[in-house]
Design a protein around this ligand. Structure first.
Ligand code: FEO
Length: 394
């Protein structure tokens, strides 16, 4: 790879990981990803912000050969996709200091075996001069780990935003030009990585609002030369508002649950509610996460396997609980042959979600006329709850 100018004094070195399909052994990456490092060249000193994933070391080290001296390495985030190459960089640049937040100090030592004497902790709000450019460090915890910080260069109105505002998107575009594509990737990324920290992101965004930006340069995906695009998207995603939507993940083994799901979907549509059913045998879990960003209601449907819910539904419920979406209402549908604790077990799995349960339906064998009547009642209850809730966008 090579360096690419963002401004006269800032260059991006983007390691594009075209073929990566899984992040943290958990998150699907249908569009690959990238790890962005940034060179900031002041009149006196040069800093490199973040590094790259060790799997792509040459993507960073090759372009750095032409750069010469680096005075500061900046670790905004200790996770290995950005800091994994720091041990090698510290050997290559023996004079360089590694700047990090207070909480990162321990993480960099314990996770990457960085020698303590190479680290220089910067305080929240501290500035370091590169000559005609300044690096101002702003602590922004939990975007994505507790130690994360962002870096602002006031002379360029550039915010290096760490994982915040990123997207898992392998592209040769330095800037976010294909907005529809970037929006989808950024929303997927938000859903899978940032959504659990929604409340703290609100605080971080309030804190960052005082800094005027012409560029937002995240650690993954394209740079935003029109920052309002991603700021507006985040304001929407982290707001307290939800949409008149139901997310309906399900599994069916012998057809009973599928019949209930199909009937309920149609009943909800008749009530004016948008529904996203997900057959978990074929679902990209990232699509399910995206749908949870906005939905007002989550309804989970499962057959019974050895008394409890199907393992795939178990997993989806655990994931929903972990991602902490802003859903406000819920319901559970379960079918069984001769005995079931599926509803009790699923209810116990989602304690993080502060939802009002609008109904549970436990069906033995095929759905009957009474079952369909219950599903009609549930659809009406969902529509009614959405209609009467001022937080549900109409
Ligand atoms: Fe991109 Fe949390 O690492």
């Amino acid at each position: 790879m090579y360096t690419r100018k963002m401004t006269e004094n800032i260059e991006a070195i983007v390691s594009i990981h075209w073929e990566r399909r899984l992040f943290d052994s958990l998150i699907p990456l249908p569009d690959g990803t990238s790890y962005n490092a940034y060179l900031v060249k002041g009149s006196d000193k040069t800093a490199l912000i973040d590094s790259t994933d060790p799997d792509l070391r040459d993507e960073l080290l090759t372009p750095l050969k032409g750069v010469g001296k680096i005075d500061y390495l900046v670790s905004q985030h200790s996770e290995q996709d950005h800091s994994g190459l720091l041990p090698e960089l510290l050997e290559l640049y023996p004079e360089a200091k590694l700047l990090c937040s207070k909480k990162a100090e321990d993480l960099l030592i314990t996770h990457l075996a960085i020698p303590r004497e190479r680290l220089q902790v910067v305080e929240d709000g501290e500035s370091i001069s590169l000559g005609d450019l300044t690096l101002k460090f702003i602590y922004a915890p939990w975007v994505h780990w507790p130690e994360t910080m962002v870096t602002y260069v006031p002379e360029e109105r550039c915010l290096f935003s760490c994982d915040l505002f990123g997207s898992h998107l392998a592209t040769t575009d330095l800037f976010a030009v294909d907005k529809a594509r970037v929006y989808e990737a950024a929303k997927r990324y938000y859903a899978e990585i940032m959504m659990p920290f929604r409340k703290i992101i609100q605080k971080n965004m309030e804190k960052l609002a005082e800094y005027p930006v012409s560029f937002i340069a995240p650690s993954h995906g394209p740079v935003y030369a029109e920052p309002e695009f991603i700021l507006e998207a985040y304001r929407d995603w982290i707001s307290g508002k939800v949409k008149n939507e139901v997310v309906l993940p399900y599994i069916s083994m012998h057809g009973s649950t599928a019949k209930m799901v199909k009937y309920l979907t149609e009943a909800l549509v008749r009530e004016g509610v948008t529904v996203y059913p997900f057959d978990l045998t074929v679902t990209d879990i990232g699509k399910l996460a995206i749908s949870l960003v906005d939905a007002a209601t989550l309804i989970v449907a499962t057959p019974t396997v050895h008394v409890g819910p199907h393992p795939a539904v178990h997993y989806a419920a655990t994931l929903a609980n972990m991602l902490h979406p802003k859903v406000k209402y819920g319901a559970i549908l379960a079918s069984y042959g001769w005995g079931s604790k599926a509803i009790e077990q699923l209810s116990a799995q989602i304690p993080s979600l502060k939802i009002e349960v609008l109904g549970t339906i436990l069906q033995k064998g095929l759905p009957s006329a009474e079952t369909y009547a219950e599903l009609d009642k549930l659809a009406a209850a969902v529509a009614n709850a959405h209609r009467n809730d001022p937080d549900v966008l109409k």
